[in-house]
Design a protein around this ligand. Structure first.
Ligand code: 7TS
Length: 419
């Protein structure tokens, strides 16, 4: 399973995935909201953290805190080792060829800004086209708008069909010799659609385009192999992978990163500085100006260890079962309109309940202990395409249960009776 394009089969024979045990790993789940057990269904916004991640961050500050790469004392050496070891864990997670192809960022948003800004300065020229899709998060739209404005390039949008899938034949037709960049999401945060990124990359390469894949919603629900995908860049946020906020990853092929100018300048990212000029440090440090988020990297390393320690295939099957259960219950309920019914999708369920305003539904669900997100989900252009202002979104993670799916729908039945 190199990408999400192959959804896991549905039987669980041989699975060692133990949901009861998994839930015990996440202390936050064991609490009440408004007198009801918390049902956390906002995992596309951020995932909860297992105790091992919380402990790793606490132990770092308790035992190992120092700045990195300064080397004059043992604590600093220790912190540097932990920090760089976390980088190799990311390298292993996504099967990057080299650890210096892993750049620490604040998250997906910063990673895309680094790429878009660098490409605007270095390769984009008037007449070039940047091809995105209609289902992108604002983080994979606005940086490209800025890059287009700065360089004279044009932003082109590949359409989607009624199910919320990329219109692949339209995508193929839009690719041409002017396509300089293809920037697409692996999984839609609003619709759950899994895009065929391997094919998207292959076709983009035929016209010589640079490929940027937004993996924010894919990384915790799949096995990502950047060498197999053969993309130039792949980005994601630690906090959507059971890690802390404020840390994320920019993967880039070595040669692409070498060509890209730095985004921020200052300490750490230089080789030499005079009052007249500066030269850049080697990869990955060229992109890591200033003191990095050391504890964040260590926390993400612990999250990756955790993720690797569980039965990942079993977890994917479990999430697909939750999705199936949701879809069956939604079908049995009048007044629910689903948005995003792709054949290949993750457990993200966006919907409207009759004429009810999504935020009213969200508030009434919260009264019953159910946490969802409502609104445009940072995909306003997609909402325009769908002809709506927003949706209610329930997004699942491996620690959610079938019972929680049932609670969501029982709560929705109650919401209907209130409205
Ligand atoms: N790209 C996608 C596909 C996303 O889902 C998100 C965040 C981002 C980029 C930005 O990630 P960040 O960590 O830099 O903020 N998505 C959501 C969401 O769906 N609800 O809250 C954040």
């Amino acid at each position: 399973m190199s990408s999400l394009s192959a959804v896991a089969p549905k039987n669980s024979i041989g699975s060692t995935f133990d949901i009861a045990k998994i839930r015990q790993d996440f202390p936050i789940l064991n609490q009440s909201i408004k007198g009801r057990p918390l049902v956390y269904l906002d995992n596309a916004a951020t995932t909860q953290k297992p105790q091992v991640v919380i402990d790793a961050i606490s132990q770092f500050y308790g035992n190992s805190n120092a700045n990195v790469h300064r080397g004059a004392h043992s604590l600093s050496d220790n912190a540097t080792e932990l920090f760089e070891h976390a980088r190799t864990k990311v390298q292993g997670l996504i099967n990057a060829k080299k650890s210096h192809e892993i750049i620490w960022t604040k998250g997906t948003t910063e990673a895309i800004n680094i790429i878009a800004s660098g490409l605007a300065q270095s390769i984009l020229k008037p007449g070039d086209e940047i091809l995105i899709s209609a289902m992108e998060h604002h983080a994979n739209i606005v940086p490209w708008q800025m890059a287009a404005q700065r360089s004279g390039a044009k932003l082109v949008v590949a359409p989607i069909n009624k199910q919320g899938e990329l219109n692949f034949s339209a995508y193929k037709k839009l690719l041409n010799k002017n396509t300089a960049i293809v920037a697409m999401t692996h999984v839609s945060n609003t619709l759950g659609t899994i895009n065929p990124v391997k094919e998207i990359v292959q076709l983009a390469k035929q016209v010589g385009a640079i490929t940027v894949i937004d993996g924010a919603q894919a990384i915790a629900h799949s096995t990502v192999d950047v060498q197999q995908l053969d993309c130039d860049f792949y980005v994601f946020s630690g906090h959507k992978l059971f890690g802390p906020t404020g840390i994320g990853v920019l993967y880039g092929k070595e040669q692409r990163l070498e060509q890209l100018p730095p985004f921020q300048t200052g300490g750490e990212m230089i080789k030499t500085v005079s009052f007249q000029q500066a030269t850049w440090n080697e990869l990955p440090y060229k992109f890591e100006a200033g003191t990095p988020n050391i504890a964040g990297a260590v926390g993400l390393g612990a999250a990756i260890d955790y993720f690797n320690s569980i039965d990942r295939v079993g977890a994917m099957r479990h999430e697909q079962r939750l999705l199936d259960h949701c879809l069956v219950l939604a079908e049995g309920m009048d007044d629910i309109e689903l948005y995003g019914t792709a054949k290949n999708k993750t457990a993200i369920v966006s919907f409207l309940l009759g004429d009810a305003h999504p935020s009213d539904v969200g508030t009434l669900l919260n009264q019953q202990g159910v946490a969802v997100r409502t609104g445009h989900h940072c995909t306003m252009p997609l909402m325009n395409e769908l002809g709506i202002a927003g949706t209610v979104r329930a997004s699942f993670s491996l620690y959610n249960t079938e019972e929680e799916v049932a609670i969501l729908f029982a709560a929705l039945t109650k919401v209907k009776s209130f409205l």
